[in-house]
Design a protein around this ligand. Sequence first.
Ligand SMILES: Nc1ncnc2c1ncn2[C@@H]1O[C@H](COP(=O)(O)OP(=O)(O)O)[C@@H](O)[C@H]1O
Ligand SMILES: [Mg+2]
Length: 396
Amino acid sequence: MPDTNQPAEVTEAAVLEALSHVNDPDLKKSLTSLGMIDNIRICGGDIGFDLVLTTTACPLKEMIKDDARKAVEAVPGVSSVSVQISGKTLSAKVPQREALPGIKNIVAVSSGKGGVGKSTVAVNLACAIAKQGGRVGILDADIYGPNVPLMMGLSEASIKTMDDNGKLIPPENHGVKVMSMAFLVKDDQPVVWRGPMLDKVIRQFLNDTSWGELDYLIVDLPPGTGDAQLTIIQATPVIGAVIVTTPQDVAVLDSRKGLAMFKNANVPVFGIVENMSYYQLPDGSQDYIFGKDGGKAAAEEIGVPFLGEVPILSRLGADAQDINSGTPITVANPASEQAKVLSSVADQVVAKICDMSFAPDEAQTKEPEQDLGHEHGPNCAHEHDHEQEHSHPVSV
Ligand SMILES: Nc1ncnc2c1ncn2[C@@H]1O[C@H](COP(=O)(O)OP(=O)(O)O)[C@@H](O)[C@H]1O
Ligand SMILES: [Mg+2]
């Protein structure tokens, strides 16, 4: 006679069955069908498994982890569940372009004209993704006004140091590697770049910089949608672009032209960010001094997503802060409205790249996984307790 007081024996099949009902909120498919569950460990009622994320910078990792844990906790016989997060950022495929070794995804930040906050958005995207755990670089390709080093607190940095291969070592701050023409040219030297030279310079920045392994490289393009921009996009295996505009610039932004440029180069536009959209008033209300929803309407008109509106950061008053202090606002003041919007833009870009890169059969390149987190779980011997690759966990 079976002893009914004996807890049910937990099987791997039961654990997988429970996890097959948990979906990745972005990809809207189950964790099991996405191949995100690995290394299931069963030790009586103590269950452990690895959750393999599709990007190291996954903004939803805690939510997915919680959902997975709850699902397995509900399996009869389970007394404890530990989930170890690991991740391997996939490369989204760029058609007809040679990928750059070590650099998984290149994102361009573009604008119809200068002064709209393109560099501000670019550095904050980079910093926000780095904060989420991604390995990030930023290439300041705005050779006419290279101000990324200033914004990243690297205006004094130089890149004279070479590594063993004679490559340039990019200075790093806020967890982001930075390469810019400003490091190579003195302030008082005029720079005149023509098409072929520009192409060469950009290729050199990409190929002769010792970037190491990067999950994301953000490229700050020169403003406009002319030949210079096209040259860079063609020289770079860009996976997608973010367009920055201001409410005043929306009318000027020749969105169709900008879009056509990306279309011709076969580069999808991830969406439009409207910068300097409104003033946040002390009473909490918003003053849309230049009119409301222009960016949103432009995005709708040209059929690309609207990624968010960033308020004006006042240099006066209670929220006064020098936006060019060398610390981008997503790092300096993450609780500010500007930082929240810019971080959300970063999350949306990462999620889109995840969507693009996910093709279960081919995209899951067998690269070493990056451990993102660990909880001590059951470690009694089990048929799945095999890989050394899970042996350097850190806590989340
Ligand atoms: N939301 C904002 N609020 C206040 N000032 C901003 C904001 N975004 C950008 N700026 C400032 O406007 C100027 C232009 O921004 P920048 O990012 O350099 O533009 P671009 O790269 O398009 O030329 C910079 O001095 C920057 O600090
Ligand atoms: Mg700029």
